[in-house]
Structures are given as C-alpha cells and as structure tokens.
Design a protein around this ligand. Structure first.
Ligand SMILES: Nc1ncnc2c1ncn2[C@@H]1O[C@H](COP(=O)(O)OP(=O)(O)OP(=O)(O)O)[C@@H](O)[C@H]1O
Ligand SMILES: [Mg+2]
Length: 343
C-alpha cells in the first residue's frame, strides 16, 4: 500500500508536541467530535503506544505532504522503483487511494477547511471529473440544508482583470473557485500576484487592483477586498519538474500556500492501470450496455497498441468504446485511423 509521508506543522499526540515531526500517513485528516486528527504510523516515535496513533490537528493545513515537496529527483526515482516492484493489484490500490485523497481534499476545500489546493496529473485521468463531482454533491447537500455553496469552474484562460472580478464575485466564505486547465493564470505575473494575495496564509487575505480601472468602477467592484473563499487548481503542469527558474520561483510561491497533490500517473503502466481501475468499478463503461466482454476487448486493444495511441487515458478509453459500440464490425480499423499515431 501507499507510503505517504507527512510533516506535522502544528499538532499534538496526547501531551507530545508533534510540530516538525515526520510520519508515515495511515489515514488523512478526519474531523472528530473533539477536533480533528490525522492517523499516522508510530514507528517508535512514542514508545509504548500503539502502532498507529492519532495526532490531533485543527485541519488539513496543519500538516504537509513531504513526498511532493522533497527533492523531485529522489522522490521520483524512489516512487518509480517502488511502483515497479508492486504487482498490478497493489498498484491499482495505490492509484485508487491517490484519487481518494483527491476526493477528500476536494471536500475539505469545498467546506472551507483548507483554502487552496493544486492538483497535478496527466490528461484524461479523471481530475476534473473527480473535483466536479464533489462540487456537485456539495451543492446538492447545501441546498437541502437551506444554505448555498457558490461554486464556479473556470476553464481555459482569464485575463488578470477578469480573474480579479471572479475572485471578487466568489470572495465569500461559502464560495469555491475551481480553475481547471487555466495554466495561463499560473504563468502570468499579475494574475499570480492576485492569487498569492488571495491564498496568503495570514488571517486576512487582501487583494488589491493597483491601477485605475473604469471597468471595475462600472461594475461596482472595489479596488481592494478580502478574499475568504477556497480555490482548487487543476493542471497538467508538473510543478516539481519545471526547468525554467523563473517559473519555478513563481510556482514555488503558490505551492507554499497550497496543498499540492501530484497524482503521479506518469508511466504508461500507471495510466493503463488507472483505466483498469475505473473499468473495474463499472463506472467507465456504464453507459455502453456492454454485455459480452466488449469492455475487455477495448482494454485489450489499448494494451496491445499502447505505444501508438495518441494518449493513454480514460478519455481515450471512452472514445474507443464509442467506436466499439457504434461500429461493431470495423471499430478497430477506425480506432487505428483516428486514435493512433501513424506507424
Ligand atoms: N471515476 C470515473 N468514473 C467514470 N468515468 C470517469 C471517472 N473519472 C473520469 N472519467 C471519465 O474520463 C474522462 C476524462 O476525465 P477528466 O475530464 O476528468 O480528465 P482530466 O484528468 O481532467 O483531463 P484533462 O487534464 O485533459 O482535463 C471523462 O470522460 C470522464 O467522464
Ligand atoms: Mg480536466
């Protein structure tokens, strides 16, 4: 199973101060009646106590993931070596657990327990799907409780002033903004500075628009305000792998304000296993009425042609499943010409 390492920023186990201590994570943040806790492996840190212990922390922000922030070269080599030594079922369980973490962190973000997270992973593996599903669920529940979650998914690009306006519109406590594939925001100086203000770890998160703007005045938007909402970024960028120093410095500033979750599905095998995992839950091909093993045919086809497919992803699996369903006799030939690189 996964070995995720965390560092406690602020927290206690009984009377022991755990600040700065590093543990293997067993179960991430769980809210409790008497405050929340994170479950970790004892590993001799508290002699005489049980193998797993619950460290009392106020919320997700009181610990950080060490793996993601460790020197990338080392952590990646270790992760890859570990992945190779696992059998498929073990690796699938680990991948499932990563997405479980994404689920839980999305929930915490939506609930305002953590103010920001960055999710990074390759295309088509289910990042948007997972986050959006949690947002939709939360909207439903809040409506029932008579109180409304306000959420907006921003896709593609946004100008700095557009970003300022969006942040203003969703600046309340019960708001969550999802920036999905908005890498241009992450790469623009003015936008990034706005975000840094929005996500600062101080008590007050103040954002200002420094130049005079008639557009803002017209809309009745003040030139500075306090941001109390939460933000989720979804991106294909791998922050740790950035070569450009300027970009690195930029992203480091953001990363230090956010929880950063790298889904680590970097190898062909991992991507294939992710497809098998979701196919295995019955969700991936649920709409296709495949009854005679057509789903297995699709997966076997993808495995056979893994090096020629334009992309190895859930999205590609559904594209090929579309062909399988619509053209039972010649789906393979069609998939070859539409989903594959030329031989
Ligand atoms: N858990 C799931 N169950 C069923 N289908 C899923 C699941 N996760 C993702 N999918 C399907 O897989 C496809 C790709 O998912 P999604 O769009 O979330 O990928 P992504 O990681 O956001 O990709 P990109 O980086 O390109 O935006 C979608 O068609 C989605 O419906
Ligand atoms: Mg997406």
């Amino acid at each position: 199973m996964t070995k995720t390492t965390i560092r406690i920023k602020q927290g206690y186990y009984r009377n022991f101060d755990c600040a700065g201590k590093v543990f293997e994570l067993v179960k991430h943040y769980t809210p409790g009646v008497k405050g929340g806790f994170v479950t970790v492996r004892n590993d001799g840190a508290f002699p005489g106590y049980s193998d797993t212990v619950r460290i009392n922390v106020a919320n997700f922000t009181d610990y950080e993931f060490v793996g993601e922030n460790a020197a990338p070269a080392v952590s990646e080599v270790v992760a890859k070596a570990k992945a190779l030594s696992q059998n498929d079922d073990e690796r699938i369980a680990e991948i499932a657990e990563r997405f479980e973490i994404l689920n839980d962190m999305s929930k915490a973000c939506i609930a305002g327990e953590i103010r920001a997270m960055i999710v990074s992973g390759p295309p088509g593996v289910g990042k948007s799907y997972t986050v959006e599903r949690e947002v939709e669920k939360a909207q439903l529940i809040d409506q029932l409780a008579g109180k409304r979650l306000r959420a907006e998914v921003v896709k593609g690009s946004a100008t700095p002033i557009g970003l300022y306006q969006t942040l203003y519109k969703y600046s309340d406590k019960n708001c969550v903004l999802v920036f999905d594939d908005c890498d241009s925001i992450l790469l623009d100086d003015v936008s990034l500075n706005l975000l840094k203000g929005a996500l600062d770890s101080g008590k007050k998160r103040k954002i200002s628009w420094l130049s005079e703007s008639s557009a803002l005045r017209r809309e009745g938007i003040p030139d500075s305000f306090e941001f109390k909402g939460s933000v989720i970024f979804i991106t294909n960028l791998k922050f740790d792998g950035m070569k450009s120093q300027k970009l690195r410095d930029h992203l480091d500033a953001l990363q230090s304000r956010c929880h950063y979750l790298d889904l680590t599905l970097d190898t062909m095998r991992d991507k294939l296993l992710r497809i098998r995992q979701i196919a295995g839950t019955g969700d991936l091909f649920a709409d296709y009425d495949f009854e005679n093993g057509e789903d297995q045919e699709v997966i076997a086809f993808m495995e056979r042609h893994q090096n020629r497919l334009r992309e190895m992803s859930l999205r590609m699996a559904t594209k090929i499943a579309d062909l399988r369903k619509t053209f039972p006799a010649k789906w393979q030939a069609l998939a070859q010409s539409t989903c594959m690189k030329m031989a």
